[in-house]
Design a protein around this ligand. Structure first.
Ligand SMILES: NC(=O)c1ccc[n+]([C@@H]2O[C@H](COP(=O)([O-])OP(=O)(O)OC[C@H]3O[C@@H](n4cnc5c(N)ncnc54)[C@H](OP(=O)(O)O)[C@@H]3O)[C@@H](O)[C@H]2O)c1
Length: 222
């Protein structure tokens, strides 16, 4: 599973007002080339609510991956492009506590809604990945945002972490970090990475870095 984000150099995916268009055209080509070879691309509910992304392949030739949204409360609007656009299939994962009428509405609009049993609204991401595997998703690309990435990083549920550093400093406590959630508190728990590749973007002003996840030799139980 690959995580791919484009952030400001100070590690923000979006500003306090939600501005998140950090990619240059070369970065978009790189991202879309990856979309064209994966089975599915996954984002969190906030990304759909704020950006209304299409998540299709547009900057290169290629087939569209399945779109996957994790949305425990089923907040995504029914007029989101991932719902109304029919050029790719969309699967929405939600919790058994989400409004049933919204589940029915999305199903009637051709969205594959997968309801997972959980106490609150937080979906176990291991189960989400397992369900995707059962549906033929072997290679998954996760594009964010920060809270969704945390749900995966927290349980070591990724293989590769790719990041493009864009030449901006965004700042702001309320800005979206590359990885959100409660975070790790001790060095032993930190997710450790191994550098695989680094290149200066064709634009000459961005850096694209590929890390692999280092398998932990010891990790505190979480
Ligand atoms: N620069 C980039 O590469 C890039 C890429 C993607 C997104 N972004 C930006 O990132 C921002 C959004 O990031 P974000 O961290 O705020 O949100 P996010 O990760 O897009 O979505 C988080 C929300 O999705 C739902 N969700 C995620 N994981 C879940 C789980 N395991 N179980 C149940 N629900 C889950 C939750 O909704 P509930 O709160 O309703 O439970 C959660 O609050 C946007 O502004 C977007 O523009 C930037």
């Amino acid at each position: 599973m690959i995580i791919y984000v484009t952030s400001s150099v100070d590690g923000k995916l979006a500003s306090t007002t939600g501005y998140s268009r950090f990619s240059c055209t070369y970065d978009l080509v790189r991202l879309h080339s990856l979309r064209a070879v994966v089975d599915a691309v996954l984002v969190g509910a906030n990304t759909v609510v704020r950006d209304d992304p299409l998540l299709t392949v547009r900057y290169v030739a290629g087939r569209n991956p399945t779109r996957v949204v994790v949305d425990g409360r089923l907040r995504i609007p029914t007029n989101s492009r991932v719902v109304t656009d029919k050029s790719a299939k969309t699967i929405v994962f939600t919790s058994s506590n989400a409004p049933k009428d919204k589940v029915i509405k999305l199903l009637s609009m051709g969205v594959d809604v997968v309801v997972l049993n959980c106490r609150g609204y937080e979906l176990p991401m291991g189960e989400v990945l397992h369900e995707l595997l059962l549906r033929g998703v072997k290679l998954l690309l996760v594009e964010g945002g920060g809270d969704t990435i945390w749900g995966l990083v927290k349980y070591d549920l990724f293989d590769e972490f790719r990041i493009t550093l864009s030449p901006y400093i965004v700042g702001g406590r309320g800005a979206t970090p590359v990885v959100g959630g409660e975070g790790f508190s001790t060095y032993l728990d930190f997710s450790k990475l191994v550098l695989k590749d680094v290149k200066v973007c064709e634009c000459g002003n961005e850096v694209h870095i590929v890390y692999h996840r280092k398998l932990p030799t010891f990790r505190m139980l979480r």
